[in-house]
Design a protein around this ligand. Sequence first.
Ligand SMILES: [Zn+2]
Length: 215
Amino acid sequence: MSQILPASIPATLFHERADAIAEAARELAQHGWTPATSSNFSMRVDADHAAITISGRDKGKLGRDDIMLVDMHGKAVGTESRPSAETELHTQVYRHWPDINVVLHTHSRTQSVASRLFAKDGVVKLEGWELQKAIRGHTTHESALDIPVFPNTQHMPELVAQVDAWIESGKPLHAYLINGHGIYTWGHDMAEARRHLEALEFLLGCELDLRRLNA
Ligand SMILES: [Zn+2]
């Protein structure tokens, strides 16, 4: 299905974003973090639009035509394609932080297991890991990094409200887990969002290993 762009968005701009999303998705799929067509990825296009993966596509084979345009409330723009069911969680981030330009959501095994293990606490408390410094604003391993774990639901407004409540409480938010589901993280650009995702995947894996070792 073809994508018709609003006059304000040059085709080159949309294609650049679509290619960057597709490339990142293929690479993350290679890590095994996007099983069974799960996961979704997006980039801001302008103040009112984002490019996002079309629902149900194999992320390991993603190309430019698997990306579509949505408005900042997650509604399709200029296409009959259906965006990911979780599109509102992406546009929520763009609405809240105008300087965030990339949102990544994956379903790795480590993220899924960690979300179940830490759901009872509602948070993963990362402390003492050097790699916490990969997260924006964290300059030392001595600072604590809280990653909330929200209950899963297929009703997106409930998830959006849970994320809003955390943000409104004034606590920093760089990423969150959804119980039994996966992780959301973001960044000012693709490199920062990828760094956040890779660091958190690593750190969650370390926390799981410590528990396996009863350390
Ligand atoms: Zn998901």
